[in-house]
Design a protein around this ligand. Structure first.
Ligand code: PMP
Ligand code: GLN
Length: 385
């Protein structure tokens, strides 16, 4: 134990993504762990950032983000979801969705408050809830369809609940919450007067269903903090341009925390993402279609190896059960996997409070070139011998 680390951060060591990406580098394994594509996004988006640097946009951008990007975010929410936000008072640009999540939790939730979220949950949720001094209450999603017990969700809400932290499309399961489920979350939020902080970074990576932003449901716009980012939508995960859309009081609250975290970031990249958000429908449809093929390829390859494959409805990720391969310990399995067959995966157990629920599940990223996915599946066949 690190004696210097404050108590509230003691449960959090190095993130699994850093650990597993370092393992991929040191072993030369194929990295199907951390979710990032192995090809660049659209050339016009890249060029817009290059042009912005060349044109001298290299000093601090405005605290709330450059107007071009805020207007592009406004237009995107209107175009895809019919949501109206004022680009000056209801949109805030952040250092990725990561900072938006942190700033939302730090500014809206405090000591004594509870935040309800589904597990498995993206790792930064637990850490940011802890940094806010708040307490998490989790409701488990159960494979194969990652459904949840409605009574458990109801029971998780107490008089101390301040917010529901809702992620759809969902990492790591790849679940896209359907209309009934989103409605249920919205109904509970309204009935208990809760805020909803919604993480929609995979909004365009949906294969069969339609993504339903919870802010579009009646009575939800004004109690929802909608968070997304350009990382996945434009295949530039290193750019870290995210955003928040919400009513002015909520945006102002989130901004109060955000301004003391990074203040601003990625000026030239903001120009790039502004161009990306204005791309035609064919771009967004093509992105999802391409990833759907990759999902199918990886699912088929993993099934041929002998994994229990839980086919995702969206996101970069395929979850697989390892029990048929003769082991139930996902963490051990993932730490050994690069040495056994030169592939890196993520153990889902790190995203659970109920470790038994996640113990035997591992996550593979499908956002890689077809030949890389094929090679990984060929290597994984060594597990059968
Ligand atoms: N939320 C989820 C569910 C994620 O998977 C990620 C990882 N990209 C993030 C937030 C963070 O997004 P960003 O890279 O924009 O900070
Ligand atoms: N969102 C990415 C994933 O789930 C990881 C981002 C990170 O490394 N924090 O793989």
């Amino acid at each position: 134990m690190n004696p210097y680390l404050v108590e509230r951060l003691r449960p959090f060591g190095t993130t699994i993504f850093a650990e597993m990406s370092a393992l991929a580098v040191s072993t030369g394994a194929i990295n199907l762990g951390q979710g990032f594509p192995d090809t660049d996004g659209p050339e016009v988006v890249k060029q817009a950032a290059i042009d912005a640097i060349a044109a001298g946009f290299n000093q601090y951008p405005p605290g709330i983000g450059i107007p071009e990007l805020r207007h592009a975010i406004r237009a995107h929410q209107q175009r895809f979801y019919g949501l109206d936000f004022d680009a000056d008072t209801e949109v805030l640009v952040t250092a990725g969705a990561t900072e938006a999540i942190a700033a939302a939790l730090l500014s809206l939730c405090g000591p004594g408050d509870e935040v309800v979220t589904f597990e498995p949950y993206y790792d930064s949720y637990a850490a940011c809830i802890a940094m806010a001094g708040a307490h998490r209450r989790v409701v488990t999603l159960h494979p194969p369809d990652y459904t949840f017990a409605v009574d458990e969700l109801r029971a998780a809400i107490t008089p101390r609940t301040r917010a529901i932290l809702f992620n759809s499309p969902h990492n790591p399961t790849g679940k896209v919450f359907d209309a009934d489920e989103v409605q249920l979350v919205a109904d509970l939020a309204r009935a208990h007067d809760l805020l909803v902080i919604t993480d929609e970074v995979y909004e365009h990576l949906v294969f069969e269903k339609t993504h339903i932003p919870i802010a579009t449901l009646p009575g939800m716009r004004d109690r929802t903090v909608t968070i997304s980012s350009g990382g996945k939508t434009f295949s530039f995960t290193g750019w870290k341009i995210g955003w928040v859309c919400a009513r002015p009081e909520l945006v102002t609250a989130v901004k109060t925390a955000k301004q003391f975290l990074t203040y601003v970031n990625g000026g030239p990249f903001q120009y790039g993402i502004a161009v990306g958000l204005g791309l035609g429908d064919d771009y967004f449809a093509g992105l999802a279609a391409d990833l759907r093929d990759k999902r199918d390829r990886l699912c088929a390859g993993l099934a041929a190896v002998g994994f229990d494959v839980y086919r995702p409805e969206g996101t970069y990720f395929v979850t697989a059960g390892i029990a048929p391969l003769g082991t139930a310990e996902g963490l051990e399995f993932c730490r050994a996997l690069p040495h056994r067959c030169g592939v890196v995966a993520i153990p889902n157990v790190v995203f659970y409070d109920d470790v038994d629920a996640g113990r035997s599940l591992v996550r593979f990223a499908c956002c890689k070139r077809a030949e890389v996915l094929d090679e990984a599946c060929t290597r994984l066949k060594a597990l059968r011998s």
